[in-house]
Structure formats: structure tokens, C-alpha cells
Design a protein around this ligand. Sequence first.
Ligand code: FEO
Ligand code: CA
Ligand code: CA
Length: 663
Amino acid sequence: MDKTVDGTKPFRSSRLEEADGEGLNPTHNRTMGEIIAARFSRRSFLQGSLAATAIAATVSPLALAAAVDAKASTSASRFDFAEVVAGVDADHHVAEGYDADVLLRWGDRLFADAPEFDPTAQSPEAQARQFGYNNDYVGFIPLDGADDRGLLVVNHEYTNEHLMFPGIVTIVDGEITVAEADRTRVDIEMAAHGGTIVEIRKEGGKWRPVLDGALNRRITAGTEMALSGPAAGHDRLKTKADPTGRRVHGTINNCAGGVTPWGTYIMAEENIHGYFMGALPDGHPEAANYERMGIPEGTYAWGRFHDRFDLSKEPNEANRFGWVVEVDVMDPNSVPKKRTALGRFKHEGAESIVAKNGKVVFYLGDDERFDYVYKFVTAGTYDPDDRAANMDLLDEGTLYVARFEEDGTLEWLPLIHGEGPLTEENGFASQADLLIETRRAADLLEATPMDRPEDVEPNGTNGRVYVMLTNNTRRKDDQVDAANPRAANAFGHIIEIAEADGDFSATRGTWEVLLKCGDPSVAEVGATFSTATSENGWFGMPDNCAVDADGRLWVSTDGNSPKATGRTDGLWAVDTDGEARGTSRLFYRVPVGAEMCGPLMTDDMETMFVAVQHPGDGGEDWEGFGRPSYYEDLSTRWPDFDEAMPVRPAVVAITRTGGGRIG
Ligand code: FEO
Ligand code: CA
Ligand code: CA
């Protein structure tokens, strides 16, 4: 990546997670690997037969005809809506018969004392009272048990300077170069990170945010937080500013997340490496730890104005990020807690479910090429009648990492200090040490290196768990295994886990590949969408997902583009059962340059909230634009389409026109 004038690399911070590289896992564990794709399930073989009929690497008319013919057999599908036509343009599109209404845009006021959004006169103070940038996770916490009133919780993952700020971009050799950041810009960026908690109400069938809702809150990269659990107070978490190792300011790169059964909001810290700059002092003991996490990357200039993001000044600060953060939304002054028991890595999200035995199970992905899938099982049990009794469940429990065996079984390996190789001899003096370097502990247990684990979501209806694996173009032929069955996996896949006896707290299970993604009409891609899937229904790069109250799976994507797949990202409905298993349909698609986040279906199944992230970030490969997109020259000005307004990430509420259940 080109260096910019100030020596940092702020351009396309959105692409942190997609940076070219081999992954950071030095072990490339091959516990079942180096055994080439021995296990393709019978189902995946049958579904792949469409691809097998196409003999050329180009789109095969034969295969497309087969896909269209097969549409007749969609009767078994659990979805019933008219599919959106896949494609690329400046607007968003939802299935016919549905309304997609913008609910909250970057800069929208959350408090009456906040100024109206003015992108030409933005300030850190204004931004901290307005909806943040790049909405990712969306959760809903009903208030007073009502369907039509609740708290929307939204993560703001990162900022795109070239889309947010006027007058900072020059085009050099056809590429965007961003001017050096000043203190104000950095502080606006920090205030645009974090999360939003905002009351919303549904009136006349439409949702609206409540300005000055009593529980409205912005959390930013400066909000005071506590470190809790086994690593809290450890020497490796102490800094000059916090000699206790228990207090930290802010949360960053909050990607996906979760809402716990007791109604707290989980913000997962993902690509934290880009926020740190500077070099560790020579011979510093954290060097190997930071290397395993890709720290520092220096994408952002924050460390020039805030010492804690400069490793030469605060070498331990980066150990205080990469955790799962829990927020008590019922108290707007509560101190969010970084729950160290859930490990430190590039946390994608933390969706949870109560197991039969009352323990609560959190599913966790570590989004890096060749990194791992985890779950955390609480030591205590959930009490549905006593919220206070659940508030520290996340401080005690067992973190497990997944090993996907070649025979279709799965083992969850516990990360417990003193067990197996997780000993002092291997550099772990305590559970705190192990949690700070979760990745290295999982390496030693010979977990299965995956193709970038994103969302992992349990399905309480069918007892299964869905794992989104977004892509890994760096996997080589000799690194292919049953759970990561394609080399140079450009389009990703989805794994379905069945925990033993339907017990989410089990340490064993079985698994199979639900879908290998990509264009099923191109034989070399090897995609396995069912033959009932239309030309609009297939997708690449699964990222976030949602399981609705009926147990149906919805998948949103990150990385579809004119060049990659001839379509924008979007939200697809995917059948998981019966004859229709592996059938996918496009329900909603985003404007050019955007990624699809959220999604979240309300329990009454009448609203699907989706988050449109980094719209307008790109446009070079779209024939409707054909050049770099930035503040003054944007590939889309969604959602306002006002020349005075830049493009704005936004949360959209999708409802059925006139009301009713979705899908
Ligand atoms: Fe922030 Fe892994 O997506
Ligand atoms: Ca994601
Ligand atoms: Ca992503």
C-alpha cells in the first residue's frame, strides 16, 4: 500500500481486514490439513453438479439454463418474496412489496443539544453527540417488552477520511492521496468510532429515532471503560496513564457484536492493529505477541496526537484492545467492561444462546486469514428472572477453539492455563497471559486455521450454528482441508455445525459445508448453491448473518463488486433445510461501494434492520463511474442525493408495505 504524505496509510481504512498478506498465523496448523479435501459431503457433491456441468471457466449458457429450469422446484423454500435483480448502481434496492426506509445516517443528531450535521464544519464535540460512521453490528433491545419501542444498538467500526472530510484528497497517478491529519480531524474520527445506543419507536408502521431518549448514548474511542475478568490488573495491561491495568479509554474497530439474553450490548473489537503506530522499545517482551496480531499497522494518525496509540510511548496499550466489550444499556452512565475471559484477538462478533444446562454460549470468530473459530461457555447459569445476577456472567467461564476434523466431527479445545501445552514452559505464567495471547495458545492446541471467520450465529430452532468464512485467496493447494476445501478461496463458504445432542455447551459436534460461495455457473469456482438458485441468488464473501425467530438464515456480504461478482453486496435469504437447502435469494442490495452489515430481524418478524457501511467507497470498476470516489467526486451520494451532502453510511429499516411478516 502506498504511503501517504504524512507517512501513515489512512487511505481505504475500510480495507484493513482485506489487506494483502499471508495471514499472521505462523503455524499454519495442518492437524488434518496436508490431507487434500478428503471429505466432500454427498450433499455438497450433488449441489456442485450444476457447476460440474459447466466445462468452461467462462459463464456457461448450459449451466445458466439449468439454473433457470430448476426454479420450478423452489416450492420447498421457506422464503416467499420476489427476488431483487443483482447488479450495481448508486441506490439501494429491496424486494418488491417491501419498503426500505433510512432510519439513522452518519451525523444524525441523537440529542437535542447536538448541532445539525454540517460536514463542512464538523467538530469532535458535535460528532460525539451524533450518529457515528460506518455502522456495522445492529441489535435491538425491547423496552418494557414492547414490539414497537426499544433500543437500537449500533457499532461504528471505522472511518473513511476520503469520504468524510472535504478538501483533503488529491488524485496522484489516478489514485487517492489523503492529506496529513490535524488534531481536529483525528478527534472527529475518534468520536465517529465506537457505538450508538438510541431509543426507537414504531408509529404508523414506521420506525423513528427518539431525539433525547432517556437511554440515548454515544460510546467513542475515548469513553472510559473497565477491564474485567482474569486478565484485568495484569502487568501487561498497565500503562503510564493507568497503573492499575483496569481502566482504559475507548473501544475501536467494533465490527459485529451481540445482545446478551440479559439485554446488554456486546461490541467486538476487531482490526485494532491499524490504530497503533511507532515501534516498541528494542527487545520489548511484547514483540512476538504484537507480530501475531499485525500490530502496529499505522493506518490512522491517532498516535501523533494521543501517546497511547504510539507503541514507543505506551508499549502496553495495544494489549488493552482486541477484547469483547459489554455495555449495560439500561444505565447511560454505566462503565462498559472489556471482558477478558473471552480472549484477545480480532473479534468479529459475539452472538449467544442459552444452552440446555442454563450456561450461556458465545460464538466468536477471529477475522484473519488462517485464524480460528472460538466459543465461550459461561461458568454460571443464566437466570431469566434476575437481570442483576447475570451481569458478570462473562467474567468466568471456558474459552474453546475449534478443531474441524476430516471425518466431519468437531472438537472444541479448552484454553485453560496449565492444561496440555498451555504451560509456563511455553510462556504462559497464568490464564491472563494465555488470554492476552489467545492466538498463540490456540496455535499450540492445533486448532484449524480457517478462511477468515466472520459472524458465527447459533440457531435455537434447529440446534445448529452457522459460520461465515468470508474468503482466503492465500490458501494454497497443499493447505486445503475438509473445512476449508478450496485453494485461493476468493468467494468464501459457510459451515454448519451441529453440537452434540443439540447441546450448545458441548465440547464435540459434527459439521458440514452448507455452501461454497461464488458463481455456480463457472465450473472452476466450484460453488455449491442449489440448482434452484437464480442468477441473482448467488453471492460471494459471506460476512454478517442473522437467524430469524423462525430459524431461517439471512446472509449479508462484504466484497461483491462489479469486478469480483458483477453485483454489489446485499442481503440474501438462504434455505438450510429440506430439498431447498443451499437455495439463496437476493432480498436487498446496497449502493455501489458499500458493504452490507447488520442484519437483524425483530422477533415479531416485521422489521429487518440492515446497516449500509462505507457506501461510495469505490467506483473505479463500475462502468457508471469509472474513477476513484472521494468527498468532492463521489460514486454515489446515497441516501440524500443532495449535492451539499456527502455519501452517508446509514441504518435502514425494511418492512413489508402495509405491514406483516417478512420474507
Ligand atoms: Fe469487520 Fe470481519 O469484518
Ligand atoms: Ca464483518
Ligand atoms: Ca467484513
